[in-house]
Design a protein around this ligand. Structure first.
Ligand code: MG
Length: 221
């Protein structure tokens, strides 16, 4: 990965560890040769730099979904609230302006396609197989399950499903991302690859899809 992307990424707000970012970049470099990538949870664009940089090298595309109003834990009074991201003109969290600035700074405006809406809205008429899906949206069971149910099915054979913020110890973090990671594994559709810190990495099997009953799309919190 070119050094200037690392410098830009360091300057962008976000919760992605550089080691996780580099792993995502390397996987995206392989994945984006097969088709478009998609992430849920753009926030200020830190992960979009890593995936987008890889996509750019392959002249591919990253769809980046976020309503840009902050997830549950980023609202005023909550643990991850950042006053710098509160837009007093509209009295709401607003991460879109910083996200656009990140794309501009990193030269990724022709590579990353922002989708400013809820994940389930973006999925409503979606038909395109994806080479990589990175789930890093809201951390409630409802949000994580929605993202999983809406998007995991579009990962193509040989493509990757990445899930951020997996904490085996409940003391260290919420369990919703781990729950969907285990759902994906139990579907029989994915092979487990080594994790990097809290980043779960699954690769969709090359064998034919199992029957719909085994697709692992039922999400019980
Ligand atoms: Mg995260």
């Amino acid at each position: 990965m070119k050094t200037d992307y690392n410098i830009i990424s360091d300057a962008v707000k976000g919760f992605l560890d550089p080691e996780e970012g580099l792993r995502i970049y390397n996987i995206s470099l392989t994945a984006s040769q097969m088709g478009p990538c998609l992430e849920i949870g753009s926030y200020c664009g830190k992960s979009a730099i890593y995936i987008g940089a890889a996509c750019k090298e392959n002249h591919a595309i990253l769809f980046s979904i976020d309503h840009h109003r902050g997830s549950e834990e980023q609202q005023p009074g909550e643990g991850y609230f950042d006053p710098e991201l509160f837009d007093h003109r509209i009295f709401k969290v607003n991460t879109f302006e910083l996200f656009r600035k990140t794309l501009e700074m990193s030269g990724l405006e022709q590579t990353v396609v922002p989708m400013v809406c809820a994940s389930e809205v973006a999925a409503r008429m979606w038909k395109t197989p994806l080479s990589l899906v990175f789930i890093d949206g809201g951390h409630s069971y409802e949000a994580a399950c929605t993202d999983y149910q809406c998007w995991a099915r579009y990962v193509m054979s040989g493509g990757y499903l990445l899930i951020h913020d997996i904490f085996p110890d409940p003391e260290k973090g919420g369990q919703a991302p781990r729950h969907i990671y285990e759902l994906a594994l139990s579907s029989g559709l994915f092979e487990e690859l080594p994790m990097t810190k809290t980043l779960g990495v699954l690769r969709r099997n090359l064998s034919p899809s199992p029957s719909p009953k085994r697709r692992g799309e039922i999400c019980k919190a």
